[in-house]
Design a protein around this ligand. Structure first.
Ligand code: FES
Length: 225
């Protein structure tokens, strides 16, 4: 028969100790209580529920502040370009310059402010290669896919990068460290196959060199940490 345990049975002494729990520890705590008793005791669920409410309220306040900042920024962009022909692209450029990409919530605010359907905004964003929908990575690796580089094996280079980074071109690694992309001829055909790492051109790159280049970027990340 199951008892009616208190929060102390789960290792939680009182509400002041609960306040120190982050989200992951709270989930852990609830899972442990469930495993131990077969259900989550009432005093634990009440206490955790109160704590979640406090956290949610704080998050709502933060979100409110962010929303008003986004609204103000978008209003400024729209006011600046309102009477210009093709103003949607101009505004998207300004947004991308500001954020490094076009965040979804900014696109939604722009749709409201400009009175243009969100689908139309995304049509423009996805048509132009320049616009990005994800935050850029801390580092960029761009493989030249022009004719000279292609004939000298840029395809193998790209495949090696895809394998090592676990992403396709146009994507960023989940830790947002490295963005992989391709480009058509960077004007160094004599050095084919070429790639550009953080603005630095590397020529005659072999697939076997890729691991070394990625390791260098990781060392840079650790040094910056
Ligand atoms: S084709 Fe790659 S540099 Fe020209």
């Amino acid at each position: 028969m199951k008892t009616n345990p208190s929060a102390s049975g789960t290792g939680v002494e009182n509400s002041s100790s609960l306040k120190q729990y982050d989200e992951a520890s709270l989930i852990d705590l609830l899972e442990k209580a469930e495993q131990e008793h077969g259900f989550i005791p009432r005093d634990v669920s009440d206490e955790v529920g109160r704590l979640v409410e406090v956290k949610l309220e704080r998050l709502r306040r933060i979100k409110g502040k962010l929303d008003s900042t986004i609204r103000r920024d978008v209003q400024q962009h729209v006011a600046h370009w309102r009477n210009e022909e093709g103003n949607l692209i101009m505004i998207l450029h300004a947004i991308q310059n500001q954020h490094g990409y076009v965040p979804r919530e900014v696109a939604m605010e722009l749709s409201r402010e400009l009175g243009v359907k969100l689908a139309r905004i995304y049509e423009v964003i996805t048509f132009y290669h320049y616009f990005k929908l994800q935050p850029p990575g801390a580092h960029s690796v761009t493989v030249c896919n022009g004719t000279a580089c292609y004939l000298k094996g840029s395809g193998d280079l790209l495949n090696e990068l895809r394998t090592q980074l676990g992403i396709a071109e146009g994507q960023t690694t989940p830790d947002r460290q490295i963005h992989l992309d391709t480009v058509r001829c960077i004007g160094c055909c004599g050095m084919a196959p070429a790639m550009v790492i953080d603005g630095k051109t590397c020529g005659r790159v072999k697939p076997a060199d890729v691991a070394g280049h990625i390791a260098t970027l990781k060392i840079k990340k650790e040094a910056a940490a």
